[in-house]
Design a protein around this ligand. Sequence first.
Ligand SMILES: *Cc1c(COP(=O)(O)O)cnc(C)c1O
Length: 428
Amino acid sequence: MSFFAYRNGEMHAEGVALASVAAQVGTPFYCYSAGALRAAWKEFADGIKGMNAPHKVGVCYAMKANSSLAVIRLFGELGAGADIVSVGEMRRALAAGIPAANIVYSGVGKKASELMEALQAGVGQINVESSAEIETLNAVAGQVGAKAVVTIRVNPDVDAGTHAKITTGRKENKFGIDIDLAREAFALAGRQPNLRVAGVAMHIGSQLTSLEPYRAAIVRVRELIGQLRTDGHHIDRFDLGGGLGIVYSDEKLPSIADFMAVVARETKGLGCELTFEPGRRLVGEAGVLVGEVILVKPGSAKTFIIVDAAMNDLIRPTLYEAWHDILPVHQPRPDAATIRCDIVGPICESGDFLAQNRDMAPLAAGDLVMIRSAGAYGAVMASSYNSRPLAPEVMVDGTRFAVTRPRPTVDEMLQAERFPPWMEPVKA
Ligand SMILES: *Cc1c(COP(=O)(O)O)cnc(C)c1O
């Protein structure tokens, strides 16, 4: 079922016309479908059902994909934990009702102050990624009188077959400890009095459209776990990370059931509790960005459709060369001729585009467009470049909708700043 679809010629999010949201909150705005979020969660919940015995299987939502409090709360109510990458995210997860014990703290460069706050809050697991971090965490845990439960993230050196900026499991990426050096790291961790080394973590990349890299990585980690046990470590957790892809245009994706079947097969008899950390797959297709056409500028090479949503709202097209389907909110006639155009924002950067060389039914000033699959790495990566206020976020559930993050006013943006005391006050 599609949660974003035309009804009577108008694009709807579930039972709510996007045009009616635009009329109330203005454009651009992000819109998330609660139904789509629940449906994405259900695939994971169903997938792990069969895997539960004899070891626990958990899903920690990787909230960096979309850290809207309402979105985290929705998943938390369904039983998700959270995968965080900063103390700011920890505070969000706690504010959204995720118990500290269900939080996994990931990240390649955690500061001692952040580790301390995490231990004091009682986060359930810290995934460490370097020898330096092992020693820092041990020292911090000693200071707060805690025993830190850690997994060590290893870099299995597999090619996830995804965009260079979102592959994380190759030797040349900064993430994890080189799998060939992992035994030394575990030995170091094992000697620290304030750490309990519980297992191994991996996360090989994002927007994976094939299961083979996962399989290859699991095989390598499985071998490592055997060696670690021989070395005398008690390994009972395996954190498999996230990375499952979504549909941006016409990708053919493995189902969650297929993914879980591969994991179940490759981890059979391993005796480890499993954790999954999906981000994009839970939220990406459940969100859209809606903008309004400001003007249409014909050129000799192509036509520019200038909209009020821009790279500061959605940076993926320019950062990752990502494709997002763009649909008019008012359904075009099926026989409408298309024109070749670039759909761009008003920002003073040539990299400010949402789509290039796209064939679109003709659009005019005032028309609304919907940028599809914008629920992940969209609003969270937004900035206020060009002093453009952050786009508001809206959640739809059935026929209701609510603004979950209002658009800041420019006055609010200005009030957040200070003049140095030595400057003359601005005369009114
Ligand atoms: C980003 C990240 C995830 C989530 O990745 P997705 O591709 O959004 O599923 C999971 N685990 C870690 C450690 C991450 O850094």
